[in-house]
Design a protein around this ligand. Structure first.
Ligand SMILES: [Ca+2]
Length: 65
């Protein structure tokens, strides 16, 4: 019984750690202007964690320009 409770606790904690990352994933359609998208992209640092610069040229959401 104790082991089951521990497993449940670990799963819940892991879920809380993973879920915010998914909830905050941004797409180009979440921005109204290219400037807004670009500012967000630059604020996220290197690596493009949200995948809004798929071609990796440092310019986010070319479709909004
Ligand atoms: Ca780009």
């Amino acid at each position: 019984m104790n082991l089951i409770l521990r497993i449940i606790a670990v799963v819940l904690i892991a879920g809380l750690m993973v879920f915010p990352a998914i909830a905050q994933d941004m797409n180009c359609s979440d921005f109204r202007t290219w400037r807004e998208a670009q500012d967000f992209y630059e604020s996220q640092g290197p690596g493009d964690p949200h995948g809004i610069d798929r071609d990796g040229d440092g310019v986010a959401c070319e479709t909004l320009r």
